[in-house]
Design a protein around this ligand. Structure first.
Ligand code: NDP
Length: 275
């Protein structure tokens, strides 16, 4: 169980990945994203999740450089966007992301969405980048069980991570079981339901534990062994979200939160997206 912000899960290739990090989707390139990353690093965050399509890799890279935090203490994730999928185009996209981030290597590179007819070629490029030592771990995002089965039937490296929408209203039971069986680490996107935290149970538990609803949900992620990357560009929330290592939810409360599941998505459905 994670006891500190720097505690890590060990991916199936032995690489350590922090259980907790900062997401930066919708953080504006320039000052906004730079400030958020700086506050996060000052608070002790060591993992940052960006993507080429977020348009803020350069700002993330600058903030990392200015922070002075040693490279080997950091875990940086980015993702190849849908329009760049395919073998050569992915290799090129990786190089562009790496340059924008001003890093020699990346910690985790993800296939952002399972684009039909493309993701296997994209994955071959990720395998190449991994074997050549440009990235320490590779994974996918928004892959359902059938996408994973299809990919794994035709590839050499089993994804180390699957980053999917996951929160109390979308508990992804089947996918979690599959990932656990194949040692694929599940990572939650939109863990805070994009700010829609006004659930009576969460408010009640927040009072009981002397925490906020956001902290209750993030702690529930950790106790479920799901990596979590809440996004905020607000200093006090960046600190609030990280203050989850000094309490533990009881087994009953964990179950109650999981009982909120409605298979409700705030984001797109991986089986039916058109971008
Ligand atoms: P989150 O569930 O993390 O919610 C972010 C929203 O909640 C923002 O509006 C933020 O506001 C607000 N917020 C943050 N902390 C608190 C708090 N303590 N109390 C109340 N409100 C709060 O949503 P995201 O969709 O951003 O998901 C997190 C990360 O996951 C993304 O940033 C991205 O890195 C990744 N992601 C990946 C996807 C994928 O396809 N792979 C898809 C979507 C996200 P404010 O910033 O104003 O403080």
């Amino acid at each position: 169980m994670a006891k500190a912000i720097t505690d890590c899960t060990v991916l199936h290739n032995g690489v350590e990945m922090p259980w907790f990090g900062l997401g930066v989707w919708k953080a504006q390139e320039g000052d906004e994203v730079k400030r958020a990353v700086r506050w996060a690093l000052e608070t002790g965050y060591r993992s940052i999740d960006t993507a080429a399509v977020y348009g803020n890799e350069a700002g993330v890279g600058e903030a990392i450089q200015e922070s002075g935090v040693a490279r080997d203490q950091l875990f940086v994730t980015t993702k190849v966007w849908n329009s760049e999928q395919g073998y050569e185009t992915t290799l090129k996209a990786f190089e562009e992301s790496r340059k924008k981030l001003k890093l020699d290597y990346l910690d985790l590179y993800l296939v952002h969405w399972p684009v039909k007819g493309k993701y296997k070629e994209t994955w071959r490029a990720l395998e190449k980048l991994y074997k050549d030592g440009h990235v320490r771990a590779i994974g996918v995002s928004n892959f359902q069980v059938h996408h994973l089965e299809d990919l794994m039937a035709d590839s050499e490296v089993v994804p180390m991570v699957n980053q999917v929408e996951f929160h109390p209203l979308l508990t992804q039971q089947e996918l979690r079981t599959f990932c656990r069986q194949h040692s694929i680490q599940l990572e939650a996107w939109s863990p805070l339901m994009q700010g829609n935290l006004d659930q009576p149970l969460l408010t009640q538990l927040a009072e009981k534990y002397g925490k906020t609803p956001a902290q209750i949900v993030l702690r529930w992620d950790l106790q479920n062994q799901v990596v979590t990357i809440p996004k905020s560009v607000t200093e006090h929330r960046i600190r609030e979200n990280a203050n989850i290592f000094d309490f533990e939810l009881s087994a009953e409360d964990m179950e109650q939160i999981s009982g909120l599941n409605q298979d409700k998505r705030f984001g797109p459905d991986p089986d039916n997206f058109n971008f």
